[in-house]
Design a protein around this ligand. Structure first.
Ligand code: F6P
Length: 562
């Protein structure tokens, strides 16, 4: 592998061995300016990356690595609309969705700027009509609820943003997200809704996704049991998709279709009409602010020299741990309850993008291509898995995301929240050594034998890296910038690893096999054509199904219809 054989990679391997024993405590003690050197203030966002296991030399080498793979050139190719998604021969232009209109860029013979502006105008018009109540349901009532039916990128982004920006909602509409094929998700959601005042958004790039189409059909059935007349569907169902014919086949009026394009990847699509649920819930202006924040981060990523470029630095630090310290996971801890879906959103963004076993040329890669992303809001996570972050044998780097201003300034809550956040990054960095533990135990009156017994349990090795991302406040603009920051971080890493960050072939095999198993589950014959485990599992379900649903007939026609 060229990357592994490159001089800069070898230099990083040696450098890691040299600095491995260095403790960040010592690095902070030796350099009073460490924070100044290793932090960036960018508008209302600040990145503190000083609590990382790096020296100036580490950063020099990592930046050399970025240059050696021509990161800047490849970044520019993405922005210019080159078909960098090589296995699907597509451009990757989610950045065009947030760029102020009036630029000139053509893809597939279409003028992007005016295409995008048209769809934004259609979204704006829809928002105005639904929010003001001029959009009426089949009994003449205004809409009170919007249900986004989608999965993966057609759910995670909009759902995360709607939750994160809930305080900005105008309050005329409630929004709900249904993604899981488990009938519980749609059933529990529908229980709360009135068909006369509910608007469904069927959000699917391909409009062939099993989960989304099945949920959409159940929603349509539920609606028609009340509304009776199919012509009423036009007032209660809209679609967001790239697949016009499938939308029409489903029975949704073409006028109620919001298009987007192949060059918008599913996990990068919240900026497109997939964001309709966001725009309806928050109002179009808020959606526009989200786009503006993302655009500002795009400009930073595009123009800032690498050494001060936030997504570049975050990407390189991730590579540093993933490839040189063999770290296999990365925690994301938002200290903001409104960001509770942010780690779930990042999981798809990061792992579906870079979880690849071959490079763009199809060669097997011999290095890790991305960590497992996981996390939960602080402080809940402190009482769940921080034990492992502090004292497990292997370290796990973490990003702490912290809005300085609370949307709910209740008593001392925010002060306590932030005290906890800063204490955690300090504790992870500093740890507590044997001498400190000994002194503490002795001061508390333990005898020598008790001190020796307890000591190993109470030592914190520290030297555990964190990035802290401070936002002045969480608002549509800063959230847009934050999401774009992570998108570009993932891009940077994909370029270093040489993988295609914009396809997702790894999700296909399971879908194919499910298609084969589905009729077997409904059949009357015992299944014996798989391995013994799969046969036994299918048969266990078949038998339970026959007992639980003796009259069940295959009635769902998903695989026939689609
Ligand atoms: O899980 C695979 C995937 O293709 C994702 O990439 C995508 O976001 C999701 O399914 C939903 O796809 P669609 O929007 O086409 O329904």
């Amino acid at each position: 592998m060229a990357l592994l054989r490159s001089a800069v990679w070898s230099a990083l391997v040696s450098h890691k061995q040299e600095i491995e024993k260095l403790h960040m405590r010592q690095l902070f003690q030796e350099d009073a300016n460490r924070f100044e050197r290793l932090s960036i203030r960018w508008g209302s966002l600040m990145l503190d990356y000083s609590k990382n296991r790096i020296t100036s030399r580490s950063m020099e080498l990592l930046l050399d690595l970025a240059r050696s793979v021509e990161l800047e050139k490849k970044r520019d190719e993405m922005f210019a609309g080159e078909a960098i998604n090589s296995t699907e021969n597509r451009a990757v232009l989610h950045t065009a969705l947030r760029r102020p209109s009036g630029y000139s860029l053509e893809v597939d013979g279409l003028d992007l700027s005016s295409e995008i502006a048209d769809v934004l105008a259609q979204m704006k018009d829809c928002c105005e009509r639904v929010i003001s109540g001029t959009w009426k349901g089949y009994t003449g009532k205004r809409m009170t609820d919007v249900v986004n039916i989608g999965i993966g990128g057609s759910d995670l982004g909009p759902c995360m943003v709607a939750e994160a920006l809930r305080p900005f909602a105008h309050g005329h509409l409630q929004v709900h997200f249904v993604s899981n094929i488990d009938g519980t998700h749609i059933s529990e959601t529908l229980k709360k809704l009135d068909p006369e005042t509910t608007l469904f958004i069927i959000a699917s790039k391909t409009f062939t996704t099993q989960e989304t189409l099945t949920n959409a059909m159940s929603a349509r059935d539920w609606f028609l049991t009340h509304a009776a007349d199919k012509s009423h569907i036009a007032k209660h169902f809209v679609a967001v998709s790239t697949n016009r014919s499938k939308v029409v086949e489903f029975g949704i009026d073409e006028a109620n279709m919001f298009r987007f394009w192949d060059w918008v990847g599913g996990r990068y699509s919240l900026w497109s009409s997939i964001g309709l649920s966001i725009a309806l819930f928050l109002g179009f202006e808020c959606f526009q602010e989200l786009l503006n924040g993302a655009y500002a981060m795009d400009e930073h990523f595009r123009k800032e020299p690498l050494e001060g470029n936030i997504p570049v630095l975050l990407g390189l630090l991730g590579v540093w741990y993933n490839n040189f310290f063999d770290v296999q996971s990365h925690a994301v801890i938002p200290y903001d309850q409104y960001l509770h879906r942010f780690p779930a959103f990042l999981q798809q963004l990061d792992m579906e993008s870079n979880g690849k076993r071959v490079d763009k040329q199809g060669n097997t890669v011999e290095y890790a291509t991305g960590p497992v992303i996981w996390g939960e809001p602080g402080t809940n996570s402190q009482h769940a898995f921080f034990q492992l972050l502090h004292q497990s044998p292997n370290f796990i780097p973490a990003d702490f995301i912290v809005p300085l201003k609370s949307r709910n300034p209740l008593g001392e809550h925010h002060d306590i929240l932030l005290a906890n956040c800063f204490a955690q990054t300090e504790a992870l960095m500093k740890g507590k050594n044997e001498q400190e533990v000994r002194q503490e135990l002795e001061a508390a009156g333990y005898n020598a034998s008790e001190v020796n017994t307890l000591m190993p349990h109470k030592v914190f090795p520290g030297n555990r890296p964190t990035n802290t991302i401070l936002l002045d406040e969480l608002n549509p603009y800063t959230l847009g910038a934050l999401i774009a920051m992570y998108e570009h971080k993932v891009f940077v890493q994909g370029i270093i690893w040489g993988v295609n960050s914009f396809d997702q072939w790894g999700v296909e095999l399971g879908k194919q096999l499910a298609k084969a198993i589905y009729p077997e589950i409904q059949g009357i014959e015992r299944v014996s054509c798989h391995d013994s485990s799969t046969n036994a599992l299918i048969n266990a379900y078949r038998e339970a199904r026959m007992k639980n649903l003796p009259d069940a007939n295959p009635q769902l026609s998903f695989f026939d219809e689609i």
